[in-house]
Design a protein. Structure first.
Ligand SMILES: NC(=O)c1ccc[n+]([C@@H]2O[C@H](COP(=O)([O-])OP(=O)(O)OC[C@H]3O[C@@H](n4cnc5c(N)ncnc54)[C@H](OP(=O)(O)O)[C@@H]3O)[C@@H](O)[C@H]2O)c1
Length: 267
């Protein structure tokens, strides 16, 4: 299926690894020009080279901007990238690392504000900067990578549960504003367990704490998924690209869970 977005400009943050890289790859394969953002320049440069090589059309532009997307200066650097489109993005995929796990009793006001800044305010700021231009041009797609924890909160991920639920509430209202009539959609993609560096390092920390092996912890995670496997960043990217396509204009304000059937509820 031709997604009808070749030649568009996308901003994908957290794009040097994992789910963000999966999204950038799926968009690049569709001929979308992508600005990829991550903090570590060397890892990002490697990802950008790899993405550029995988583009079917060599004219597709893949540009890396090393920046912290959770800071105002980082976002400014992205919007001022000399080879980029400025604020004229057609597609924005918001993503960064998740807040650390921990005990509710240990979290201070500063801990909470840092989580809210990274996982609630940063996506809002990216949307705020780009969405009115999208509406004027009559096309826009925003996809926020949040978490399955929005639907089924995880006790030791309270910072993530709280900050991402806040973003979800804001998006629910905004997506149904006049932006919808201007063909600008805003949706959230909720990953369950996907095999990325983040999942590997969280699992190896758990393995160490439990005195067991990484393989055992990964197998336990897999056993909790009806699909009996972990998700791949490429299948996550494929869903993201579809939500960004011309065909997905009637899908907005949705929370789309990808978890191999792990969430047990009806709705
Ligand atoms: N994987 C899962 O199973 C899963 C499940 C539920 C939710 N999630 C959420 O989905 C998101 C992506 O997860 P992932 O597994 O793909 O993580 P990952 O493998 O650790 O990749 C994270 C990517 O984001 C970049 N990044 C992190 N902080 C950033 C910042 N402040 N500014 C710009 N780039 C930043 C990282 O590069 P640098 O470090 O170089 O910046 C890297 O490219 C996270 O928020 C995670 O909590 C993941």
């Amino acid at each position: 299926m031709d997604l009808g977005i070749a030649g568009c400009w996308a901003l994908v943050s957290g794009a040097s690894r994992g789910l963000g890289l999966g999204c950038a790859r799926a968009l690049a394969k569709e001929g979308v020009n992508v600005i990829c953002v991550a903090r570590r320049e060397d890892v990002l440069a490697e990802a950008v080279m790899d993405l550029q090589r995988s583009c079917p059309d060599p004219a597709t532009r893949i540009i890396g901007v090393a920046a912290d997307i959770t800071s105002a200066q980082g976002r400014q650097r992205v919007f001022e990238c000399p080879d980029g489109p400025g604020l004229r993005f057609d597609i924005v995929v918001t993503n960064s690392g998740g807040p650390p796990p921990g005990d509710f009793r240990d979290w201070t006001e500063e801990t909470w504000l840092a989580a809210i800044r990274a996982n609630m305010y940063a996506p809002i700021a990216l949307i705020q900067a780009t969405v009115d231009g999208m509406a004027e041009r009559g096309f826009g797609r925003i996809v926020n990578i949040t978490s399955g924890a929005v639907k089924a909160p995880i006790a030791d991920l309270g910072l993530s549960n709280g900050a991402r639920s806040g973003l979800t509430g804001v998006v629910a209202g905004l997506a149904r504003s006049p932006l919808a009539a201007a063909n600008v959609t805003i949706n959230n993609l909720l990953p369950g367990a996907f095999l990325t560096d983040r999942l590997r390092s969280a699992s190896s920390a758990r393995a160490q704490a439990q005195g067991t092996s990484l393989e055992t912890v990964l197998q336990e995670r897999t056993n909790g998924v009806p699909a009996r496997r972990l998700g791949s960043p490429d299948e996550f990217g494929a869903m993201c690209a579809y939500l960004c396509s011309q065909h997905a204009g009637y899908i907005t304000g949705q929370n789309i869970l990808m978890d191999g059937g792990a969430y047990p509820g009806v709705l």
